[in-house]
Design a binder for this molecule. Structure first.
Ligand code: ISJ
Length: 415
């Protein structure tokens, strides 16, 4: 079902102006409820309040989202004194991984504060109650965090991986990305800002995000569109630190691993093949490089393209989602196997998350290293790409390594 909450868009006005502020964007979020963010190294966008919301669902969710946003943005009377990507009205977006149930969300905040190349602006949409800048409520931290199994326990995940490997060895599939969940329960309602602050501090090379309770720090840029230029950072192929192995040795091991190189190749190929029809030229890193994070290292490749047509970010995202970094190869068979073998609803995990502006520009990452926050309950997700050589125990360890960012942020490690 698709639901809309658009309070008389024809009456809405948006005003963007420069503000003299060097406050950290994430520290401006006045409260946890409705906190919206897309920030890396102090730049990006934060938002709060709700001028409009749209919840598309099902296989047409991208198209419905794109259409709604275009119509909404056109109906807003905008005075933009800054004119940069992300100024004027913006929708924060978070789309479901799967077609069913496929609950996705677009939120247009009443207040957006953005920063790019040191320029800080505020956009007010409608008449924000309480004005643009509100007093910031103290950030709550949990004292107790208890973990329990989610919809797919570790034992079930190990079994799902073993079955996927069996199917791939019999030639049914080439790659499939499986995931499982974990539930954390805390003593007080989780403050999205507490997670965001911890993630931003420890993962400066990731995009920290918060959209409608989905909070995380993704290292993977699905697509950035700015005018006719598109960019993607594709990740696939992962190792994690072990005692006695230096960072250099780990990076060399990853680059030399045929299994990880094969996983990476599938992901790159899926991105290139689905983006190429929309581009007149494309370049791909000649060799993957190693992206080092505190918890894991990944094989990474950058893809850039020049658009051949005026396709919005959401239309392009529809074409490339899910890449074989989070789906598999062949795509349709992999998505079907994910539904069957996981037997859980991924929700918006592994879907596109980010923002779009009125020009159709914006950024969407893949919602990874994230959790769905709801009151005192936090549902964490992580997984990995399977190929015929995958080992179930190693895959269980990989998913555990990928849950570290959210676990540390929730437990307040180094806060
Ligand atoms: C599926 C996840 O990550 C994806 C899978 C990877 C892999 O299999 O090596 C690496 C990065 C991501 O594209 C996750 O973080 O949950």
């Amino acid at each position: 079902m698709t639901t809309v909450h658009t309070p008389q868009p024809t009456t809405l006005r948006a005003h963007t102006r420069v503000v003299a502020s060097d406050d950290e964007l994430l520290r401006l979020l006045p409260g946890s409820a409705g906190a919206l963010a897309w920030v890396m190294r102090g730049e990006g966008l934060v938002g709060w309040g709700e001028a409009a919301r749209f919840e598309p669902a099902g296989p047409r969710r991208f198209e419905l989202a794109d259409q709604w946003w275009r119509e909404f943005a056109e109906s807003v009377t905008c005075t933009d004194e800054v004119r940069l990507p992300g100024t004027g009205p913006v929708a924060f977006v978070s789309l479901a991984f799967a077609d069913e149930p496929g609950s996705s969300v677009l939120v247009v905040p009443e207040v957006i504060v953005g920063r790019r190349d040191g320029v800080t602006w505020v956009t007010e949409i409608g008449q924000p109650s309480g004005g643009a800048f509100q007093s910031v409520q103290p950030v709550r931290r949990p004292e107790v965090v208890r973990y329990s199994e989610g919809e797919l326990a570790v034992t079930g995940y190990r079994r799902a991986v073993a079955e996927a490997v069996r199917r791939m060895r019999s030639g049914e599939l080439a790659k499939v990305v499986l995931a499982h969940d974990l539930v954390a329960t805390t003593d007080v309602e989780v403050d999205a800002r507490f997670l965001l602050h911890g993630l931003a501090q420890r993962y400066p090379s990731c995009w920290v995000f918060s959209v409608d309770g989905l909070v995380g720090a993704t290292p993977e840029m699905l697509l950035r569109r700015q005018d006719s230029a598109v960019f993607s950072r594709v990740l696939a192929g992962t190792m994690w630190p072990r005692p006695g192995v230096t960072a250099e040795e780990l990076a060399a091991e990853l680059l030399g691993s045929a299994k990880n190189r094969a996983e990476h190749e599938f992901a790159i190929r899926s991105m290139v093949e689905s983006l190429a029809p929309h581009c007149c030229s494309m370049t791909v890193s000649p060799q993957p490089y190693v992206l080092r994070l505190p918890n894991v290292v990944h094989l990474a490749s950058d893809v850039t393209g020049a658009l051949a047509e005026d396709a919005s970010l959401l239309r392009l995202a529809a074409a490339v989602h899910p890449t074989a970094a989070v789906g598999g190869t062949p795509r349709a068979a992999a998505v079907a196997a994910i539904g069957e073998l996981e037997g859980m609803d991924r929700g918006r995990y592994a879907g596109p998350v980010g923002w779009v502006d009125a020009n159709g520009d914006g950024e969407v990452g893949i919602a990874l290293r994230c959790a769905q926050v709801s009151g005192r309950t936090v549902r964490l997700f992580a997984g990995g790409g399977m190929v015929p050589e995958s080992d179930p125990d190693t895959e269980v360890a990989e998913a555990a390594a990928k849950m570290i960012p959210i676990r540390d942020a929730l437990e307040g490690v180094d806060h």
